[in-house]
Ligand binder design. Structure first.
Ligand code: NAI
Ligand code: MG
Length: 395
């Protein structure tokens, strides 16, 4: 088989330490690939006025598969202050490059597995009957629509006359918001299309079928968001008919956050729109170890990008050696292997991670519940590289 080319985008902060650690694990499992570096993140905003340069888009278009670390985003005023002086007043506006990537390549399907590892001290526990302690085994995969809804970017502060006039044609707007001067209005829209709603729903059912999950739950709010969540539910009802052995149900996002700690072990595949998917996936991730364990895939019709859900953790970026947990990035690399059909290698890595976590001899600071700082190493925490070494040794 021809050697794979994988575009690597370490980005900012700890993205620069967890990504190389994951590549060492990929090498160790015998994944034969060529890695092509691509620029992304804060430095490129500051130097070029663009955190997502065209050359990076070109590399992704050419090679289709990418591992991404994390980027740093800062508020509007700070972004402008840090922009190179010669680029000021040239109309540069900062935008999140990861949101930009999702939209540019139509990476509409986001999968976020949240599976607890036996022996992880960060696993969620709860009280059972007669004060017993229960540690539910969580195995959930959240399918989040990644390009539409509240994060679709269609929003206004002080909307134009035309937009305002259009809004006024809606009786609810006229009645409840018509009193407000245009200049004092901020509007963010929640747009869902049938095509992309159906794509995320089908991807979720397919996944459930392929990997043997018995239950698929739509997590939205159809009782209030009657149009958008309502459309998702209607499509689910149709698609459900094609998957007769899968139990489909739906929950409201608010109630779901409560059920999260009551019976997380009862869920399998979850489907949600962009924002609710963002929320519910962080919720489930919190039950299985948090940001050091939360991996994700952003998949479009052509391009796929795999990334940990954590950010650049700027407070740790200067620590040398790095102390952050590379497992989220390593599990994201496993999702890449699955995507390109190297499922055996992915499984080997996951088994090695499970072994290291269960043995408990090598643990990153988060797993020891320490406050992150350089001293954690003296307190017995593994460095990022030691964690990767342990996983490699367990392969
Ligand atoms: P963050 O995820 O970078 O860090 C929050 C905290 O989580 C850290 O301080 C650390 O205690 C912990 N943490 C994160 N990754 C960890 C790891 N691998 N191992 C152990 N502990 C870990 O989120 P924060 O602080 O809200 O944002 C920092 C920067 O990252 C911001 O500029 C933000 O915009 C950006 N960001 C980027 C994302 C991306 O690239 N996809 C996602 C989230 C935030
Ligand atoms: Mg998030």
């Amino acid at each position: 088989m021809a050697k794979r080319t994988v575009v690597t985008m370490p980005g900012d902060g700890i993205g620069k330490t967890v990504l190389p650690a994951a590549i060492r694990v990929l090498d160790a499992v015998g994944f034969d690939a060529e890695y092509v570096h691509a620029d992304i993140g804060w430095d490129f905003w500051c130097k070029e006025g663009n955190p997502l340069p065209q050359r990076t888009l070109d590399l992704l278009q050419e090679h289709k598969i990418s591992l991404f670390g994390a980027i740093t985003s800062k508020p509007k005023t700070e972004a402008l202050e840090e922009l190179a002086p010669e680029l000021h007043d040239k109309g540069y506006v900062y935008f999140s490059p990861i949101v930009g990537l999702r939209q540019h390549f139509g990476l509409d399907i986001c999968a976020r597995p949240c599976k607890s590892f036996v022996g992880n001290p960060l696993n969620f526990i709860r009280k059972g009957p007669k004060d017993t302690i229960e540690e539910p085994e969580v195995d959930v995969v959240v399918f989040r629509q990644n390009t539409e809804g509240l994060y679709g970017g269609v929003e206004w502060t002080n909307p134009s006359e035309q937009v305002h006039a259009a809004m006024m044609t809606h009786p609810q707007f006229a009645k409840n918001f018509g009193w407000c001067p245009k200049e004092e209005l901020a509007i963010s829209t929640r747009i869902f299309t049938k095509k992309y709603s159906e794509r995320i729903i089908r991807a979720a059912f397919e996944y459930a079928q392929k990997f043997g999950y018995e239950r698929v739950t739509l997590c939205e709010k159809p009782n209030v968001l009657r149009e958008t969540s309502g459309m998702m539910l209607a499509i689910c009802r149709e698609v459900e008919k094609e998957y007769k052995h899968i139990w489909f149900d739906y929950s409201n996002i608010d109630a779901q956050m409560m059920w999260l700690t009551k019976d997380p072990e009862k869920y399998g595949v979850i489907i949600a729109g962009n924002m609710f998917g963002d929320i519910v996936s962080d919720g489930f991730a919190g039950l299985i170890g948090g940001l050091g364990f939360a991996c994700s895939a952003n998949v479009g019709e052509e391009v796929a990008i795999f990334e940990p859900t954590h950010g650049s953790a700027p407070k740790y970026e200067d620590l040398n050696p790095s102390i952050v947990n590379p497992i989220a990035m390593i599990l994201s690399a496993c999702m890449m292997l699955d995507h390109i059909g190297e499922t055996e290698k992915a499984q080997q890595i996951r088994t090695a991670v499970a072994t290291v976590v269960e043995e408990g001899k090598v643990r990153a600071y988060d797993m020891l519940k320490l406050r992150g700082c350089q001293e954690v190493i003296e307190q017995g925490a593994a460095t990022t590289d030691q964690m990767a070494d342990a996983i490699i040794a367990a392969l």
